[in-house]
Ligand binder design. Structure first.
Ligand code: FES
Length: 175
């Protein structure tokens, strides 16, 4: 792990079982509160830390396997932390017809992670989404909340490299 990754890791709040207990009790530790508990834990950490599954299951008195099944069933829950930059690739009809698969492949090659994964350096998470609501710009992606449209594969590579440069500058400025 290089220094860049260490910095990213240190910046995240560490999952804490005391906090997990507090969130469970706040929701009365009932099986019916499973989804709100998971949502609050994910809001706190950006994902559901896998090692907390057993503890949450004990708190709400359901088997850990059942809880794991719930976490993996709902697309809203993640078992891995998000990367520093989140790139959502639109696979809606207009984008699909305009070549979004090539954008997706270029992104995957550039960051070393497929959609649904985070790059090994922790800088990028690629996500697959349905229509972003700007079909006239197809094919498009959303990068950290900002839409980029009428993309060619080369464009997504440039965007990724610009984000890397920004990250390096930020890192240099803080060391
Ligand atoms: S299909 Fe991609 S923005 Fe609508």
């Amino acid at each position: 792990m290089n220094d860049e990754i260490n910095l990213i890791t240190e910046a995240r709040e560490e999952p804490n079982l005391v906090v997990i207990d507090a969130i469970s009790h706040k929701h009365n530790s009932q099986p019916g509160a499973t989804i709100p508990i998971l949502q609050e834990i994910q809001d706190s950490y950006g994902y559901i830390p896998p090692f907390t599954i057993q503890k949450i299951a004990e708190n709400i008195n359901i088997p850990a396997s059942e809880l794991f099944g719930i976490v993996t069933f709902y697309a809203q829950f993640r078992l891995h932390p998000l990367g520093k930059n989140v790139i959502k690739v639109c696979h809606g009809t207009a984008c699909h017809l305009s070549g979004t698969e090539k954008i997706s492949q270029a992104l995957s090659q550039e960051v070393g992670a497929k959609e649904g994964e985070t790059s090994a350096d922790g800088l990028f998470t690629a996500e697959r989404v349905a229509c972003l609501g700007c079909c006239s710009l197809a094919p498009c992606v959303m990068v950290n909340g900002e839409v980029h449209g009428r993309l060619a594969p080369e464009d997504i590579r440039k965007i990724v490299n610009q984000l890397r440069q920004t990250e390096r500058k930020t890192e240099a400025a803080t060391t």
